[in-house]
Design a protein around this ligand. Structure first.
Ligand SMILES: *Cc1c(COP(=O)(O)O)cnc(C)c1O
Length: 455
C-alpha cells in the first residue's frame, strides 16, 4: 500500500510524536482529564469497512490516545510497582520493532539469539545467581513465577519417579506448597495454572514487615514446593532466605523465589544484604518491566539448572541447552516470541553494572526520604523503608481513603491504596530511574496537602 519513502515518512512521524510525548511528559498531569478520556470514543466504536491511510490512523492515535495516558514515565508516578522508561531500552525497542524478529529459535534470528544469550547471562551476574543458572525471558513476573513453579513441580515429581510429560498429574504423588501469608496473588494464580489448588497450600504467618516468620515455618520434604518472596509489594521487605533455604535444600524440597522487583536489591552493593542467601534457591522470577525500566511484557525466569527448564518446556525431549545454542522456545512457556532480550541488553549495555546499582540505590534513597517528609507532614509510616516502597497511613481508614482519593485526581502523582494488616494504607513505589529529589519534594507536598484537606 505504501511505497518505501511513504513508509519511512510514517516511521519518522511516529518517532517525532513519540519524542514529543516523552519530552513533554514532565509538564503533564500524571492523570488525564475527564475530557481526554471521553475523547477516546473517537477511536471507535465501529470497525472501519475498508482501509484508512496509516498516517491518518497514527495521527488519530496520537491526538486522541496520547492525552488519555497515565503518565508513568516522568518520575512522579508511584503507583503499583511499574518502573519508568529506560532511554536506551526504549530506543532499542523502537528499532527492534522494525526488525520484527522471532526469538523462538536461534535459526530465526542471529541477533535476537545473541542478545538473548548475553542479556540472560548478565541478568544472572547482576543478581548474583549461581554459575550455571539459566535465565529465560517471558511476559512478566506472573509468567516467570509460573515458569519456576512448573519447573519445580516437574523436577520434584521426576525425582519421585513420576514423569509428568508421560503421565500427567492425575494419580501422581501429591505435592504440597509452603508460602508466606503475604505471597503475591500472581503466585496463587501460577499455582492454580500448574494444577496445584489452594487446599495444598500452607500459608506461613508473617511478621510486622510482611516477612515469613522462621519459627512458624513448617517441616518440608521432597514433595514440597516452597515459594518465598524478595520484596513484599507493600513494604519491600524480603523473606529471611539465609535462615530458611538451608532447611529447604536439606529436605530435598524445591525453593522458588518471587522477586519481581525485590530481587534487584542484589544488584546494589548496599542493599544486597536484604536478600542474603537468595542464591541458594532453585528458581527465581523477576521483571524487566518494573525496576529495570524496560517496556512492558518483560519478565525473567531463572533456574539453577537448565535441565529443570527443558524437562518442563522443551518440545524436543533430547534438547539440552548450551551457552551457544539457547533456544528460548525450549526454556519457557512460549514458542514464537518478541526478542525481549534486545531491550534488556540495551538497558544493561547503557547503564553497566554500576548504573544498574545506582538505579536501585537511587530509588531506595528517594523512598526513604519520601517517608521522612511524609512523617514530618503528619503521616504514619507503617514499616521501616529498606527498599523502594513506602507505606503510610493517616489515622483512621476513612481519612486514609480520603487522602488517597484526593491524591489520585490531583495530578502531581498517582499512588494506590492497599490494606495492610487490617488497615487502609497508601502505597508509594519509587521504581523509575527518572525520579529526582524535586519529584520527591513535589509528591510529598501533594500528599501533605491532600491530608490537610481531608483532615
Ligand atoms: C508485579 C509483581 C508480580 C507480577 O508481575 P507481572 O509482571 O505484573 O506479571 C509478582 N510478584 C510480585 C512481588 C510483584 O510485585
Amino acid at each position: 500500500m505504501l511505497d518505501a519513502e511513504e513508509r519511512a515518512d510514517l516511521l519518522l512521524d511516529a518517532a517525532r510524536r513519540a519524542a514529543r510525548y516523552v519530552a513533554t511528559a514532565g509538564e503533564r498531569s500524571v492523570v488525564p482529564t475527564e475530557e481526554a478520556v471521553a475523547a477516546l470514543a473517537g477511536l471507535g466504536p465501529d470497525l472501519p469497512d475498508g482501509p484508512v491511510p496509516p498516517a491518518e490512523v497514527l495521527d488519530r492515535l496520537d491526538r486522541l490516545g496520547s492525552p488519555a495516558t497515565i503518565v508513568t514515565n516522568q518520575g512522579r508516578y508511584l503507583g503499583f510497582v511499574t518502573g519508568g522508561t529506560d532511554p536506551a531500552g526504549h530506543a532499542a525497542a523502537t528499532l527492534a520493532g522494525a526488525w520484527d524478529q522471532n526469538a523462538a529459535l536461534p535459526v530465526m534470528s542471529p541477533v535476537a539469539a545473541h542478545l538473548d544469550r548475553l542479556a540472560a547471562r548478565w541478568t544472572c551476574e547482576l543478581l548474583g545467581l549461581p554459575a550455571g543458572a539459566v535465565a529465560a525471558f517471558c511476559a512478566g513476573a506472573t509468567v516467570a513465577n509460573l515458569t519456576g513453579i512448573l519447573a519445580g513441580r516437574d523436577a520434584l515429581l521426576h525425582r519421585l519417579g513420576w514423569d509428568v510429560a508421560e503421565r500427567g498429574l492425575a494419580g501422581g504423588p501429591p505435592l504440597r506448597v509452603v508460602t508466606g501469608a503475604e505471597a503475591h496473588t500472581s503466585v496463587l494464580k501460577a499455582l492454580r495454572m500448574a494444577g496445584i489448588g489452594r487446599a495444598a497450600v500452607t500459608f506461613v504467618p508473617t511478621d510486622g514487615c510482611g516477612r515469613v516468620r522462621p519459627a512458624a515455618f513448617p517441616a518440608v520434604d521432597d514433595r514440597t514446593l516452597v515459594v518465598l518472596q524478595a520484596g513484599n509489594v507493600d513494604t519491600g521487605h524480603s523473606d529471611p532466605f539465609a535462615e530458611l533455604l538451608g532447611r529447604v535444600r536439606e529436605a530435598g524440597a524445591w525453593a522458588h523465589i518471587d522477586g519481581a522487583f525485590g530481587l534487584w536489591a542484589a544488584a546494589a552493593p548496599d542493599r544486597r544484604h536484604l536478600v542474603a542467601g537468595v542464591e541458594e534457591a532453585d528458581s527465581w522470577a523477576t521483571d524487566g518491566h518494573k525496576w529495570l525500566n524496560a517496556g512492558y511484557d518483560s519478565g525473567i525466569a531463572v533456574c539453577a539448572r537448565g535441565e529443570d527448564l527443558t524437562r518442563a518446556f522443551a518440545t524436543d525431549a533430547a534438547y539440552l541447552p548450551s551457552e551457544d545454542d539457547r533456544a528460548p522456545m525450549h526454556l519457557s512457556v512460549q514458542m514464537s516470541q518478541r526478542a525481549r532480550g534486545v531491550e534488556v541488553w540495551a538497558v544493561y549495555a547503557s547503564r553497566g553494572r554500576r548504573g544498574i546499582a545506582d538505579l536501585v540505590e537511587g530509588c531506595c534513597r528517594h523512598a526513604a526520604r519520601l517517608a521522612v517528609l511524609l512523617a514530618d507532614g503528619g503521616a504514619e509510616v507503617l514499616a521501616p523503608v529498606v527498599l523502594n516502597q513506602a507505606l503510610v497511613a493517616f489515622g483512621d481508614d476513612a481519612t486514609t481513603d480520603a487522602v488517597i482519593a484526593a491524591l489520585q485526581v490531583e495530578g502531581t502523582t498517582w499512588a494506590g491504596p492497599t490494606t495492610w494488616h487490617g488497615h487502609r494504607a497508601l502505597r508509594l513505589s519509587v521504581s523509575d530511574a527518572a525520579t529526582t529529589d524535586d519529584d520527591v519534594d513535589r509528591v510529598a507536598a501533594a500528599v501533605v496537602r491532600c491530608h490537610r484537606r481531608a483532615g
